[in-house]
Design a protein around this ligand. Structure first.
Ligand code: KIV
Ligand code: ZN
Length: 395
């Protein structure tokens, strides 16, 4: 079995922070950067220094406090952007400039009104400018997902020759199907002669809900880095979710990939990001949603109570979640009801549970979820009725 380290490049503070309403101040960005370093991310994309004086300061301050992770700043293929990124990163122990340009015909024609040759020249020039500030230069071929593979391979070969250490192949619009994205990465592995001199990076957006699948297909095809965000935050439908790709690689260890992420910190950092960015996490979100370990149907609950592994592939404690939950709804069964009564201190016979279950269903049809207070009331009434019956029997 191959074992290959996959670098985790977190862009919560850049692509994630672009989301309307998620704007962070410097203090908040530093707090999150420190948490990301604690989590074990290899590269923190701290911001886009030319975009505003505030973001320049945030990148500069993050560069001062981060000790182990690489700190990265984004730029366009524009000299003043690259200069700002270089200056903002001057205190970083491991600085990286992330520069690039759109390479799809749509971007070349509609956005730049240029030719493929002109774009190739600008890409090479951008990497050369960045190399004057840092050794570690990542080049992004924006909209690579819709870029012709032959042209993309030419651009990638040229930027590696100019000194790029990482080549980012973004599916900027979330367009690719997993097999198409995998084939794109494989094409570069097989057709770029100097590809062994750089790491290929996946940066997949989630417009069709395929970001995680595409990133995983990318590493299977030969990429060595995944760009992702906590809770999948990012432009439009978001980026690849960090917690998802990390857990896919952990759960499917036979693929031979590993990361440095301390998975027990995934739920705590998800909550921290959600609170700091004022962006709630959907309850059914994989790994970090409040329902990720909740069981509510009778069939599932019965199996789960016999053996957790019937309905859970991840242990909640492995991802720092609070624990599995049995939620009582009108779809729950007798085993779950008996289990919950036991948890709140009532040990009923099978006969009692049969009677209580009918009352439970009436309450459950009225309410979304039956809570412990409701059960307590049901149990008290049931016991009182039993006592009355016993008394009548004795008399
Ligand atoms: O989605 C994208 O193409 C990007 C680049 C700037 C890397 O975010
Ligand atoms: Zn992006």
């Amino acid at each position: 079995m191959q074992t290959k380290k996959i670098n985790i490049f977190d862009t919560t503070l850049r692509d994630g922070e672009q989301v309307p309403g998620c704007k962070l101040n410097t203090k908040e960005k530093i707090q999150l950067a420190l948490a990301l370093e604690e989590l074990g991310v290899d590269i923190i994309e701290a911001g886009f220094p030319i975009s505003s004086p505030g973001d320049f300061t945030s990148v500069e301050e993050i560069a001062k406090v981060i000790k182990h992770s690489t700190v990265c700043g984004l730029s366009r293929a524009v000299e003043k952007d690259i200069q700002a990124a270089g200056e903002a990163l001057k205190f970083a122990k491991r600085p990286r400039i992330h520069t690039g340009i759109g390479t799809s015909d749509t971007h070349i024609k509609a956005k730049f009104k240029a030719s493929r040759e002109e774009i190739l020249g600008r890409a090479i020039q951008a990497v050369k400018w960045a190399k004057a500030y840092v050794d570690d230069v990542e080049f992004y071929a924006e909209d690579a997902g819709r870029t012709d593979n032959e042209y993309l391979a030419r651009v990638i070969e040229a930027v590696i020759k100019a000194g790029a250490t990482v080549v980012n192949i973004p599916d900027t619009t979330g367009y690719c199907l997993p097999h198409q994205y995998g084939e794109k990465i494989a094409y570069l592995v097989n057709n770029v002669p100097n590809i062994d001199k750089a790491t290929i990076s996946c940066h997949c957006h989630n417009d069709l809900g395929l970001a995680t699948a595409n990133s995983i297909t990318g590493v299977i095809a030969g990429a060595g880095q995944i760009e992702c965000t906590i809770n999948g935050l990012g432009e439009r439908a978001g980026n690849t979710s960090l917690e998802e790709v990390v857990m896919v690689m952990k759960q499917h260890a036979y693929l031979g990939f590993y990361t440095n992420i301390k998975t027990q910190k995934l739920n705590p950092i998800s909550r921290l990001v959600s609170e700091t960015m004022r962006m709630p996490v959907q309850p059914n979100k994989a790994i970090v949603g409040s329902n990720a370990f909740a069981h509510s149907s009778g069939i599932h609950q019965d199996g789960f109570l016999k053996d957790n592994s019937t309905y859970e592939i991840i242990k909640p404690e492995d991802v720092g979640a609070d624990g599995s939950k049995i939620v009582l709804t009108a779809r729950s069964g007798r085993s779950a009801l008996a289990h919950r009564f036991q948890k709140i201190g009532f040990s009923f016979t099978r006969n009692d549970i049969d009677i209580l279950y009918q009352q439970f269903l009436i309450v459950a049809d009225r309410k979304k979820e039956v809570k412990d207070e409701d059960l307590q009331e049901m149990a008290n009434e049931h016991l009182a009725a039993n006592r009355k019956e016993e008394k009548a029997h004795i008399l």
